[in-house]
Write a protein that binds this ligand. Sequence first.
Ligand SMILES: [Zn+2]
Length: 421
Amino acid sequence: MPSFLLAAIVATSVQSADNISVLGNKPRWDVLERYQQTITHDEFLHLIDDVYCTHWFAADLIDVNDDHARILMSRQAQKFFTLRFATDDAARKPVPRLWRPAKCLPAAMLEKPLSGLKVALDPGHLGGNWAKMEERWFQVGDTKPVQEGDLTLQVARLLAPRLRQLGAKVSYVRNSDEPTTAKRPDDFRELSKKILIKNGVPQPRAEVLDSSDPAKEQTIRWQSEILFYRYSEIRRRAVRVNFKLHPDLVLCLHLNAEGWGDPKNPTLTDTDHLHLLVNGSYLAEEMEFDDERFEMIRRLLSRAFDEELPLADSVALAMARETGLPPYQYPTTNSTTKVGTSGYVYARNLLATRLYRCPVVYCEPYVMNSKDVFARIQVGDYEGTRNVNRVEHKSIFREYADSVVDGLVDYYSKARCSRDR
Ligand SMILES: [Zn+2]
């Protein structure tokens, strides 16, 4: 599930001079010079208005003029980056990027619609011994505990051979239940303390009393754990994606959940749904951070959206077909914006969708603590179909993997040129 818990406390920078988000990197605005005249005024404005900045933001951050945009680099220093637009589509210079959109892949044979495509699989969370710390764990009585990080890895391992069979080159962003980052919670104790003090907790407690402790988010323990398993871990995965794997596409694999309350006595629900996420819909306070604003503009200019949106729509439709799940409706529109045509895809600014420098499709099928999904998770993986809660089902892991494969095949069969053998 995505991080609804994203603590307001942790999202605040420590050094106010630089205005960098937590564990963020200093922006390298000079890199954007390569994107001069690669986008027209109209295209830039469309991506700002309809995808990335769908909420209100401070007027000095981005100022769009006829032939250029002025983007704030640092408010304190009053420094701006000037992006010059291409005068029209014909005058547009090529967009520099390491990943390849479908239309730039060589023609594929009919039976190998994914040939040459580099896909990186990113099973969400860690699972294993980390699942409880991540708050991605619940257990009903004596049944097998449900750990999102283990389920997503199981889906990835079913998905990889299927994609390879269709010609894709598959890599894993995570392929074990151990963290990618070398850091551990204790490495963040000092930083956690600073963050808490800056956020109005003058004498933060060291330890959480128990999992129902209402003030747990204001403890050094809880803050250093979230800095470890979310911020440090995902930033490390981004380094792996951007500097080692260089994929054409990252698939982030998750399962959703509704609030389950006490993880040892969780609430099971009748609700079940599906949605997918792509990057966008930045909040005003996120855009205030110099690094997040820079990363947003870099992503916008890379045109990852042009590729990830039709991909996400295609995967969403295949998943909806296969699972029969209705689209999730976010309770508020504060942090998300519906995009695309399937009705299942939202733009949202998550760390992974922002930092991985290529198209990213972030899947959120199934409510893990719905009665049916819980029962299917308990049955585990199997071939063929079985009767679960009076309905014949494929294993939930195969249904997930098969529907992602179908969505990719649909998209790439249409979007790239095919050739006969
Ligand atoms: Zn998740």
